[in-house]
Each structure stands twice: as C-alpha cells, then as structure tokens.
Design a protein. Sequence first.
Length: 426
Amino acid sequence: MTAASLPRHEVDLMVLGTGLAGMAATAFALKRGLSVAVAGTPGESLFASGLLDLLAVHPTAQCRVWDDPFAAVAALAAAEPDHPYAKVSRPRIEAAFADFVEFLGGIGLDYHGHDGVNAMVLTPVGTVKRTYRVPAGMWAADHGLRHTPAALLVDFEGLKGYSAAQAAQTARAVWPGLRHVRLPFPGGLAIPYPEPMALDMQSPAVRQALAVSLAPRLRGVEMVGFPAILGISRTREVLADMRGLLGLPVFELPTMPPAVTGLRLKAAFEECLPQLGAMTFFGKLALMARADGKGFVFTVGGAEPEARISARGAVLATGRFFGRGLVPHRKGIREALFDLPVVQPASRSAWHGQSMFDPAGHGVNRAGLATDVRFRPFGANGKPAFETLYAVGSILAGHDWTSQKCGAGLALVTAHAAVEDFAASI
Ligand SMILES: Cc1cc2nc3c(=O)[nH]c(=O)nc-3n(C[C@H](O)[C@H](O)[C@H](O)COP(=O)(O)OP(=O)(O)OC[C@H]3O[C@@H](n4cnc5c(N)ncnc54)[C@H](O)[C@@H]3O)c2cc1C
C-alpha cells in the first residue's frame, strides 16, 4: 500500500502505547468525550501483578516502607524535585486513581483499597507488599495480614514457580496461622500453567471438583489462598462462586511473571476499549510521526504501514527500554519516535552501580524525558518540544518505579494530568 492510498483517520488525541500509561490515557480521554486512537503492543502490563502501587518505598537506599502513600509522596517530592510526582497535587492523584478504578470496574475488573493508606498483599514468596489499589481477588489477603486468621494456602502438583509451602513458611512471622496444601489440579491439564488453569477455572465443573477435593482440608480454616488462577475474563463470577462453594473468604497471591493478572488487564482493555469508541491498533506501532500545523500525523502499522492518523494532540506512553520508548545506543540513550532529548547519566560507565541489587538503584533507571509541569516533553532548547505533545508513564525522567514501588501510580497520575490538560486546551 502506498502512503497516498493508506486509510486516513482524524482524531482529537493519538495515544502511543498500550501499556498501563497508554491504556489509562485512552480511558481518561474517552471519559472526557475526546475521539482517540491508540496503538501499541502489550508492553510491561503483560508481566504486571495487577496491583496499582502509588508509592511504598522512599528513600530507596534505606528501603523505608510507608503505610501512608501520600505522606511518602510529599517526602519524595521534597527530596527529589525532578520526580514526576513533584509535579502533581494530592487531589490529582486521588482523581486519577478514582477515575481508573471506576473505569476498571466498568469493564469487569473490581479493585479495592483503603482511603489514604496502603493495603497489604502476600507475595508468592511469602513477603508482604504495600500497594494502593488491589484487584478484588487479592483483597481478602489485606484482612488476613491485619487479623491473621487460620488460613490455608493451596498450590497444585506440577505448577512451576509457585510454592505455597515456601510462602507459608516465609510469612509465618507475620501470619502465624498459615498452613499449606498441595493438590492435583482438577482440570486434567497435562502441565498446569497459570493461564490454562485460569481458563479452566471459568468452568463451574472444575470449581466444583476443586471445592470437593479441598473440603476435607478445611477443618478450622477461616480463609483460603490460591495462586492467581481464578479466571481471566470472568474473575468476578469465579471468585464469588469459589467463596460460595467453600463457604469462606478466598484470596489470590500474584504469581511470577508473565502472570494471569497482567493477562486480565490486557484482555479487558482489548475487548472494551473499541466498544467504548476508541480506534484501536493493538499489536501495531507508530512507524512515523511528524508535526503538522497545530497537530501531528502518524503512520501506524506492523511490518507495513496500515493507516495514517491526524491528531490534534498526542500522548507519548511508549515506556522505557522494555516498551522501546527509549533505545540504548553506544553513545547514549535515544527517544525512539520524536528523537527528543533524554535525561541520562553523563556516560555509559555511569549507567550501573557496582552491585546489581543496590537499593539506591542505578543511574540508567532514572533516564527519560524531562517535561514542564503539564507533562509536555522538552526539546533541545529546554522548552516544550510541541504545544500538544505529552509524555506519561515510565518514559519520564527522574523516577525509579521498580525500586520505589510506584509503577502504576506514575502511569495513571501522569496520564490523568496530561489528558485533562489537553482536553482543557482544545
Ligand atoms: C514484572 C512487572 C511487575 C510489575 N508489577 C507492578 C506492581 O506490582 N505494581 C505496579 O504499580 N506496577 C507494576 N508494574 C509496572 C506497571 O505495570 C507498568 O508496566 C509500568 O508502570 C510501565 O508502564 P508504561 O505504560 O509506562 O510502559 P510500558 O508498559 O513499557 O508500555 C510501553 C508501550 O509503548 C508501546 N510503544 C513503544 N513504541 C511505540 C510506537 N512507536 N508506537 C506505538 N506504541 C509504542 C509499546 O508497544 C507498549 O505498548 C510491573 C511491571 C512489570 C514489568
């Protein structure tokens, strides 16, 4: 297909990226009545735990863990004025989380949490993780960790990378009443991997069989924990049914990535965003971008160009190295689509510290795009490169979401700020 014969579309906003930041930007734009096109591959979200962190660790060098994420954000913003959180207010953060949780509920993914306090979840290795909003399937673990009832952790013969015995053993100091059991998985899978197990769990017969095999083990048990296999697209129904069949609260523990929790987000987004009116190019990328008058023109496709999209504004949510928004070269790190300047260590030798697990993190993990307070990335002259280009999520400079435990929050809050700014400007 020649450039001239490509199908042409016009939208208010082009969202570049279908990781958490791009999906959130799309959802927020739809809510504000904007016409939106979105392109990208699943990004990091396929690997994600499904937890929505706001901020749990600061300073990372001291590994200080916070129960109050807003106090943590205030301390972080004071200590690290270049962190993207230093550009946002508490009402912005609250609105971003509220809007996104409402959106997720509308597409079948319920989330819970405490007002202004981090929740607790049990990880597959038995440690406790603080996070702000928790998928419904993991929510009962917060109650369990606070009140430590007698609980049974279940795992399944042949399931790799998950050990209820290890989780129970490690967590015993904080949750002494944890026991564990290993059972055959009733679905008849040759090798039980989380994804096919989760699909099997959508069958009432499989749930019934699991409840029958668990029944003799439940004497004195007050809640039951499973690896995250309670369905992919029908988790509400699977969770409610398991609770009913066992007559007990049920919770999930996230499993090692790639995990069902990330697949749930991907499946729900891919099914629902087109229904809500977004023009979606899932699995496709922007192959070319250029400014055009007051907006932009993008060529989108896979191996070949497939469509030409004109947009009045654009949200760059292309991630860091994994998402391929930033590309490492011998002479430095480049931004892939607009060739915007990247804030980065002075030389390659400063990318990494001596210890791989240095809690202070590595210089390269803070590389990214600098922006103004409206999240418009700077050009070479230190001013916003374009009037209506925004950068959101992990591509931003000045944060280390992995160690600070702020990945999803950063994506949601910056996407929210950018979309509101754009909506107000047109
Ligand atoms: C293993 C793992 C566990 C995690 N666990 C948690 C957790 O417990 N809690 C939490 O809060 N967060 C967690 N996260 C982080 C969170 O889910 C987000 O992945 C992270 O914040 C980055 O999101 P992003 O959207 O900015 O980037 P990415 O997810 O990297 O997405 C980048 C997107 O940009 C697209 N793209 C790149 N180039 C182009 C182009 N030219 N045109 C169009 N699209 C393009 C990519 O295809 C991709 O869709 C986890 C992440 C991982 C990997």
